[in-house]
Design a protein around this ligand. Structure first.
Ligand code: ADP
Length: 489
């Protein structure tokens, strides 16, 4: 298999780092081979990025001219939607129905930040004054490091690259080890759309080597990271030492809450989708289910029935609900958590093993799993599993529920199912999380800020503020009175 080139400082060439192999998680077959970026490649890419964002050719571009590149990228994505969705499914094993959605979301993100860049305005912060007028303008930060995970590459990468470029920065994108292909494809699209050389480099490689070198580089002025909490904390420490901003989208262990007055069928379907879509490989997966005792039996029985009916299989089959997990090692980790749940006293109601179907034997598949009999203190209720594993627990009153739901180091998201909106809203306010879904789950809007409380992250992505997260303000004072100082003589 030919070595796939990588994109360094506007040129396609093989990396000078160690060899990496990309595999299709559904059968383990090799789909690409490439050489990671070496430390010299990192140096070259960042050097070029630092020159590129300062280049008057780029700095002098009017916002609508920068936006044009993003609009073009969005059009290119839409034109190749099916091909891109297939590439993503091949790279990380997510079912096509999901990857089509991710591709559409990436195109929408590019358009949104193009528009945000066109309408972004500076400010005149002082009230009208005879002595002085102040202007406050937004400037780019410089070179931005975007470090991404493997679960939704095209969407999470566009969520960083689009606002960063719209804001006038250069971007060094370090995709996850398991999924370099989509990031490289994105680089191709930006190049086709006319992005000047050097403003985007894609440097695949190990996080601990390539990612670390990028984060520590003196010319990098922001680290925008999505991934695990441990790595996020490590990068925040590097950023603190260098006094640069970070934005961190980290892990979760999101509670989903069902009140007795909910539409139970709607709730059961939403809960099943919330945990089992993407085979649970989502930071926002609704992994802890709290059900009011009156309706616990009925609700859990219905979720169990739905889980049994989900189709586990090829990402490319039209009726697949759950594809494989990303790798055999990750499946082993999910399976180990289920064994731990049993040791902790949990009863596995559904799943708890790999599918028996011999056609799936070479893939990292795992059945949708439902466990009960644990309390929220169990290790499997406290740690992020990142797989299709749901733990159901009954609760009696609201105060107890709030304490249980908030008893987590994480605070990413929560779901509430209830017909009583005032009560649901009261609960929403009491939950220590960045996003609450009421009578829906995993729905997203690019115009709504997203990010975590507590160990789930720092900063917000999306929304009009999303572009300002990649900028810094400069304030300018204009003296109007002719008086050059405040001394009386
Ligand atoms: P996951 O989301 O798989 O739990 P990580 O948080 O480790 O894992 O990975 C998310 C991204 O962070 C990946 O691109 C990975 O290569 C990168 N990464 C991991 N360790 C480091 C590090 N020390 N410095 C910079 N990037 C890292």
């Amino acid at each position: 298999m030919d070595l796939q080139p990588i994109f360094i400082a506007g040129r396609w060439r093989t990396g000078r780092g160690e060899e990496m192999v990309s595999r299709y998680p559904a059968d383990g077959r090799e789909i690409a081979r490439l050489n990671a970026a070496s430390l010299e490649d990192v140096e070259e890419a960042i050097g070029a990025a630092d020159r590129a964002w300062r280049d008057p050719q780029w700095r002098g571009r009017l916002p609508h001219e920068r936006a044009t590149i993003l609009y073009r990228v969005s059009e290119l994505i839409v034109a190749q939607q099916e091909e891109l969705a297939r590439l993503q499914s091949l790279d990380n094993g997510k079912p096509l129905a999901e990857t089509r959605g991710l591709v559409a979301s990436a195109a929408a993100t590019a358009r949104y930040f193009a528009a945000a860049c066109e309408v972004l305005e500076g400010e005149l912060p002082t009230p009208r004054s005879a002595a002085v007028m102040t202007l406050s303008e937004y400037e780019p930060l410089g070179v931005v490091a975007a470090i991404t995970p493997w679960n939704s590459p095209i969407a999470s990468e566009m969520q960083k690259v689009a606002p960063a470029l719209a804001a006038g920065n250069a971007v060094i994108l370090k995709p996850a080890e398991a999924t370099p292909l989509m990031a490289l494809k994105l680089a191709e699209l930006f190049e086709q759309a006319g992005l000047p050389a050097g403003l985007l480099s894609v440097l695949p490689g190990k996080g601990s080597v390539v990612g670390e070198a990028i984060a520590r580089h003196h010319a990098v002025r922001k680290i925008s990271f999505t991934g695990g909490t441990r790595t996020g904390r490590h990068l925040a420490a590097i950023a603190a030492g260098r006094l640069i901003p970070t934005s961190l989208e980290l892990g979760g262990k999101s509670p989903t809450i069902v009140l007795a007055d909910a539409d139970l069928e709607q709730a059961a379907r939403g809960i099943s989708y919330g945990i089992y879509s993407s085979a649970g490989q989502a930071c926002i997966a609704g992994a802890r289910l709290f059900v009011q005792r009156e309706c616990y039996q009925a609700l859990v029985a219905r979720v169990a029935e739905l889980a049994r009916g989900l189709r586990v299989g090829s990402p490319f089959a039209a009726d697949t609900h759950l594809g494989p997990l990303i790798s055999p090692a990750h499946r082993a980790s999910v399976a180990a958590y289920v064994e731990l749940a049993k040791k902790e006293g949990g009863r596995v109601l559904v799943g708890g093993e790999a599918p028996a179907d011999s056609a799936l034997a070479n893939g990292s598949y795992y059945l949708p799993t439902l466990i009960e009999g644990l309390n929220n203190q169990a290790q499997v209720c406290q740690e992020e599993i990142f797989g299709p594993v749901l733990v159901a627990m009954p609760f009696d009153d609201e105060e107890e529920l709030i304490a249980l739901a908030n008893d987590s180091v994480y605070g990413l998201a929560a779901g509430i199912w209830s017909r009583d909106f005032p009560r649901a809203l009261r609960l929403a306010r009491a939950l220590e999380v960045g996003t609450v879904w009421i009578n829906t789950y995993k729905t997203f809007s690019i115009s709504t800020p997203f990010g975590g409380f507590k160990d789930s992250g720092l900063g917000r992505e999306k929304g009009l503020q999303g572009i300002k997260a990649y900028m810094q303000q400069k304030s300018i004072y204009l003296g109007l009175s002719g008086q050059s100082n405040l001394w009386s003589d």
